[in-house]
Design a protein around this ligand. Structure first.
Ligand code: IMP
Ligand code: MG
Length: 180
């Protein structure tokens, strides 16, 4: 897929906005895991969209974190029965404090299935941190424990989010407007 020829990027969250928010989130997460009595966190990056956010969060957290990565996608069958394909899985999580780091929760479909699947593996705790939350688009209930920003129902790119794999490297988050 080529880069679209005519498009406009409308900045919604600047690099400074994001950096500030990452610090606020990390401080909250540190405080919460102290209360939880967790000595460390298994910080799990949901590939690929969360990669930039994950790297920044990891470097801001004070709580010792071990890293892992997973990749999952969901397909809705014709009878609206869901299926989750995990193409990259994580190691044994039993007894561990797992914090999933996601780019954006939209309908909530993927995260709802993924959280359920991981919960069955008996982690000590399982929480979700999402950079963006399109709450108005939610169709499946997902508890998002930590939200970076509430997002409008627009198509967003940058800071890890992509359109056909492009725009992930933008240091800010923008609405992508494709010309007719
Ligand atoms: P859900 O299962 O409908 O919640 O879809 C969530 C996934 O869709 C995210 O992890 C993203 O990969 C993708 N997604 C949803 N909205 C956007 C967007 O505005 N820009 C880029 N990717 C998006
Ligand atoms: Mg994603």
């Amino acid at each position: 897929m080529p880069l679209p020829e005519n498009y406009e990027l409308v900045e919604l969250f600047s690099a400074d906005d994001i950096a500030q928010r990452v610090h606020e989130l990390a401080a909250r997460i540190d405080a919460d895991y102290i209360k939880l009595g967790a000595k460390d966190i298994l910080l799990v990056c949901v590939l690929r969209g969360a990669c930039v956010f994950y790297a920044d969060l990891l470097r801001t957290l004070q709580t010792p974190a071990r890293l892992d990565f997973m990749q999952a996608s969901s397909y809705v069958g014709q009878q609206s029965s869901g299926n989750l394909i995990i193409s990259k899985d994580i190691e044994n999580i039993e007894g561990q404090h797992v914090l999933l780091v996601e780019d954006i929760v939209d309908t909530g479909y993927t995260m709802q299935l993924l959280l359920k699947r991981l919960q069955d593996r008996k982690p000590a705790s399982l929480k979700l941190c999402s950079l963006l939350d399109k709450a108005a688009a939610r169709r499946y209930q997902v508890p998002v424990d930590y939200v970076g920003f509430s997002a409008p129902e627009k198509f967003l790119v940058g800071y890890g989010l992509d359109y056909n794999s492009y725009f992930r490297g933008l240091p800010y988050i923008a609405e992508l407007i494709l010309a007719e």
